[in-house]
Design a protein. Structure first.
Length: 590
């Protein structure tokens, strides 16, 4: 017989509370991730084989994004993309397991007692959640920059999460007077059944934090004992592996092994902790096991379990890796798996995806630079090995532009911060310029092949002019590469003055060629070759200018490419003029 207070409305209130909790968690974690921005990605880049560093990073990043499942999915994506090795992820996962316990402590606030105490009363969710919601809405609606809006979304998400806890607690309160509910709770006294039920529930809702929150809400009814709660808490930790398991479909073997390690840590930890608990209880007989557990004590058990599991298993990281390789075996007859450029799973954490996209763009930039240097080297001294490398690099640049371009288009559709959105726009522009410069490197190669095949020779003055232009091109390419790699505004500002000097050099060389032709010192055939080279050099310097301006647009507010270039050309910019005169003195033939 159901108590009068418990009806269908109570069920809907429970479901609404769960929905609020999950939505609030999503909003809060999204805001935290955006505020941390590239720090998440740069933090992971500092990862070494040092287990302590991995633990700290795993815990820190999970606290930042408030989701161990998201952290594991990120690790699967990193390994699948070749960014990280399997061995590097183990300590990070363990740190993530510890970091995720913070959520249980936050939701435990709902179980605080002692309303007569002003301090404790102020800590109860119904006291501070409206204030958090009000502050969050004001920051989000009135904030003039991304940081304030993101902070507002964190406050709003937190308030929604806590209201979800309040709804769940209110819906559960009538159950304390329900005999049928007491019978259901007795089933949880069987530890194996408790673990399985919590595992299944967490696997369905894909959030151990939500399962722990429901358990904390149930604990407020006073009918949950330690003996019932411990298996449920441990089962919730296993169930959270469901998200990682789903993310492992369609990835390479090493990425699947990340999920295998994640599951192994949870299962082995659960078996060990339960075995130790019941073995000691057999000899000592824990008197507290039948006592009612409250929300804060649930958070304590959740935290202790993850810390104990980490302490026990961290020294056996290599053995866990071997176990994962046994579970996910290599097959000799299978072909080598295709390398994933950047895993799309990283799109779930856009700041990480933006950072990895930038890294791939830097790789593309370096490939482009090396290809061009090879092409200028073989103009006067042809080398077949370098020629093959240029063609190989061009194919690679085409792959980069295609795959990175498609990935960036998908990334642009994600919810990005203002700065991340500008970075994505910059990369979309720059990878096109990188690919065009690669094309010009191939064009220069073809000219070099023509010079070799036809045994053409430049006059001494033409050689000097070309070498001077090549030196200027090499410098502008070096500055461009470095400014793109480091996002340096100061280096980016040096590109346009040098580009103007290169334009002057190419015009001067063209005029000199006409003079030599009129004096009979040069042939029309060599003139065509020289013109092709000069035109390619001009286009290369133009692309360098485009890249530098893209960097400036990203790193400095208020800069627009056309306005910036027009202002430099038609206004008296002292900094620009000084650099222009510096390069002019360096490269102009007197």
């Amino acid at each position: 017989m159901f108590p009068e207070q418990f009806n269908i409305l109570s069920v809907f209130t429970l479901l609404a509370g769960l929905a609020f909790f999950l939505f609030g968690m999503n909003v809060m974690s999204g805001g935290l991730e955006k505020m941390s921005g590239g720090k998440l990605e740069s933090g992971l880049k500092k990862l070494t084989s040092n287990n302590a560093m991995g633990l700290a990073l795993g815990a820190g990043i999970t606290i930042a994004i408030q989701s161990s499942s998201a952290m594991t999915v990120m690790l699967v994506g990193f390994v699948n993309s070749g960014i990280m090795q399997l061995s590097q992820t183990i300590s990070v996962m363990m740190g993530s397991n510890v970091g995720t316990t913070l959520t249980a402590w936050i939701t435990a606030l709902n179980g605080l007692k002692g309303s007569s105490n002003v301090f404790l009363s102020a800590l109860k969710p119904e006291s501070f959640s409206p204030i958090f919601a009000l502050i969050g809405i004001m920051l989000f609606m009135l904030g003039k920059n991304d940081k304030r809006k993101q902070l507002g979304s964190i406050f709003i998400g937190f308030a929604i999460l806590m209201y979800g806890m309040i709804f769940m607690s209110e819906s559960m309160s009538p159950l304390r007077d329900m005999p049928e509910f007491e019978n259901i709770l007795r089933m949880f006294s069987n530890p194996i059944l408790g673990v399985l039920i919590a595992t299944a529930l967490t696997g369905i809702i894909q959030s151990s934090a939500a399962t722990i929150a429901i358990l904390q809400a149930l604990a407020l009814s006073g009918g949950i004992s330690y003996k019932m709660a411990i298996p449920l808490i441990l089962g919730a930790n296993i169930g959270t592996c469901a998200t990682a398991l789903l993310s492992s479909f369609g990835v390479n073997k090493n990425a699947k092994r990340v999920t295998a390690v994640h599951i192994a840590i949870k299962v082995i930890g659960t078996v060990l902790v339960l075995s130790i608990f019941y073995l000691v209880d057999f000899f000592v007989d824990f008197s507290f096991k039948n006592n009612a557990i409250n929300a804060i004590e649930i958070a304590i058990v959740h935290t202790v379990f993850n810390i104990v599991t980490t302490v026990m298993l961290l020294p056996f990281s290599k053995q866990l890796e071997k176990l994962a390789r046994i579970i996910v075996k290599d097959k000799d007859e299978e072909k080598e798996e295709e390398f994933t450029f950047i895993d799309e799973r990283l799109l779930s954490t856009p700041s990480i995806a933006v950072g990895e996209s930038k890294n791939k763009a830097v790789e593309m930039c370096v490939t482009m630079f090396d290809s061009l240097i090879c092409s200028t080297d073989i103009i006067f001294e042809y080398d077949e090995k370098k020629a093959k490398q240029i063609l190989k690099d061009e194919d690679m640049l085409d792959v980069y532009e295609d795959k990175l371009g498609k990935y960036l288009v998908k990334l642009a559709r994600c919810e990005l911060t203002f700065h991340d959105s500008k970075v994505v726009s910059e990369l979309l522009h720059c990878i096109g310029d990188f690919e065009r410069i690669g094309d010009h490197a191939v064009n220069i190669l073809k000219v070099a092949q023509e010079i070799k095949t036809k045994k053409l020779k430049f006059s001494k003055s033409a050689q000097e002019e070309l070498k001077l232009i090549i030196a200027a091109i090499t410098e502008i390419m070096t500055i461009t590469r470095n400014c793109f790699q480091t996002n340096s505004v100061e280096l980016a500002k040096r590109v346009e003055p040098l580009e103007q000097v290169i334009d002057g050099l190419t015009k001067k060389s063209k005029n000199a060629h006409v003079d030599r032709l009129s004096r009979g010192e040069c042939t029309i055939e060599i003139g065509f070759v020289l013109s092709d080279l000069i035109n390619n050099f001009e286009r290369i310097s133009d692309h360098c200018s485009n890249i530098a301006v893209s960097v400036l647009e990203t790193e400095k507010r208020g800069i627009r490419s056309h306005e910036y270039l027009n202002n430099l050309k038609y206004s008296d910019d002292r900094e620009f003029n000084d650099m222009y005169e510096e390069f002019k003195a360096k490269y102009y033939i007197q």
